[in-house]
Design a protein around this ligand. Structure first.
Ligand code: SAJ
Length: 417
């Protein structure tokens, strides 16, 4: 069993740390966020993720998992899982990776392993981390083993995917790859593939770019469908009957801390990333597109009330990072309107968060922004009695049009005129 330091106990670091701890490793989470550290040491968590609380609680009780705000010495493995946000100009902000690498340098000794898990622009290990790690005086790849092993977990299914997904380990040499593979073998049931650190970085960024480009295609289809008078979702359903076509779903935009950011890492690195850049711009344009649709439905803004259902970046999670709905809300807030927001998963980040039915009272438009399970069994008869003007805009093809129209409510769908 190893002593592991997890640098960064957020959406990725915490579940990974808990997973290692549940297998008997001694894991110390190192994070500057005092709230997250205190919570962990009490066996609590400050994010929402199915199964995570139980896992953390049992590891803390067993004594295999703890957290601290200072970098712990004497660990065998240091895993960096800090954020890699983007700057205003869409270049990567690598300051957290840089300071995490610097923080561990004084503690590293012969035989240690350093793993970068954070999604990073290709060449980060080679160009940013190795020059810092050289300061240890250890022979890199021999006395100090280094690799990138990107996480691939889907928020909402983190615990299961951590265990069952396959994993890539990209070492700075074969010895690093093989030793790091052994570390992950204790928690991963899926296959573990070995490559170079730069290839691993490129794979991770391309996985998310693949999804971003495909969502952009669906969003462009939605825009074209509105122009040409077809229903984009019907087109997708029928086109996907083709054995080699798999169109994704349009929506109000792409959010979260991965897909909405990672493709920019390639745009920054290469002028050839033209399609990738265009896809980002298309997806980023969706909140404005929805804004304009709302404006058209209402015939302009003149003091009406609008109800927004959901604000997170996708359903059934509590994460509003890069949420396109938050951008939409910001745009609507600048207009002559009253906004009622109902977001059952988030407490702190949203002002005036309301319960579902009270949020609809006197409203001229109900916008289904996020398809949370809580909105599945809405009573449209009740909705109809609460709305002042009977309009619903469904941005996810989530509701049953028939049920809505039967209750004398106008049904508008993103991707249909
Ligand atoms: N979305 C659409 N249409 C779709 C699918 C998604 O508009 O058809 C939107 C969602 O509403 C959301 C955004 O895209 O705003 C991203 O959601 P997601 O569920 O596609 O992905 P994330 O960001 O939660 O997680 C992704 C995953 N990557 C891939 O599926 C390639 C996950 O496996 C990664 O581990 C994660 O990024 C990460 O951390 O990099």
């Amino acid at each position: 069993m190893k002593k592991i330091c997890m640098i960064g106990i957020g959406y990725v670091g915490l579940p990974t740390a808990a997973m290692f701890a549940s297998k008997g490793h001694k894991v110390i989470g190192y994070d500057l966020n005092q709230k997250a550290v205190d919570a962990l040491n009490r066996g609590e968590i400050i994010i929402e993720e199915p199964g995570l609380l139980e896992l953390v609680k049992s590891c803390v009780e067993k004594g295999t998992l703890s957290a601290t705000t200072t970098c712990p010495p004497d660990c065998d493995v240091y895993i960096i899982a800090v954020p890699t946000p983007i700057n205003e100009d869409k270049t990567a902000d690598m300051s957290y990776v840089q300071s995490a690498t610097k923080a561990i340098v004084p503690h590293l000794r012969k035989g240690n392993i350093v793993i970068l898990e954070s999604t990073s622009p290709p060449r980060t290990v080679e160009d940013l981390m190795l020059p810092i790690l050289k300061e240890t005086g250890l022979v890199l790849g021999e006395e100090l083993l280094v690799a990138h092993s990107p996480e691939r977990i889907l928020p909402g299914r983190v615990i299961e995917e951590l265990r069952t997904n396959s994993r890539i380990v990209g070492g700075i040499n074969e010895k690093s790859s093989l030793e790091v593979k052994k570390v992950y073998e204790s928690i991963v049931e899926g296959e573990i593939f070995i490559t170079t650190s730069t290839t691993a970085e490129m794979c991770k960024v391309m996985e998310n770019t693949f999804r971003d480009v495909n969502i952009a295609l669906a969003n462009e289809l939605a825009k074209i469908s509105e122009e040409l008078g077809v229903n984009a979702f019907e087109v997708i359903e029928l086109a996907n009957k083709h054995p080699r076509v798999n169109l994704l779903s349009p929506g109000p935009g792409v959010g979260g801390h991965c897909i909405a950011l990672d493709p920019w890492f390639l745009v920054e690195k290469s002028e050839n990333a033209k399609l990738i850049k265009q896809a980002r711009l298309i997806n980023d344009s969706m909140p404005s597109f929805v804004f304009e649709k709302i404006k058209t439905i209402l015939g302009g803004f003149n003091g009406q009330t609008i109800s927004i259902l959901g604000a997170t970046y996708k359903p059934n999670i509590d994460d509003v990072r890069e949420s396109p709905i938050m951008h939409l809300i910001d745009m609507l807030k600048k207009e002559n309107l009253k906004l009622n927001i109902c977001e059952p998963h988030v407490k702190d980040d949203i002002t005036d968060n309301m319960e579902l039915y009270p949020s609809l009272e006197g409203s001229s438009l109900m916008v289904l922004a996020v398809n949370h399970d809580e909105f599945k069994d809405i009573d449209f008869k009740k909705v109809s009695s609460l709305l002042k003007d009977k309009n619903i805009l469904d941005t996810r093809n989530f509701f049953d049009r028939k049920q809505i129209e039967e209750n004398n409510i106008n049904y508008y769908l993103l991707g249909e005129k």
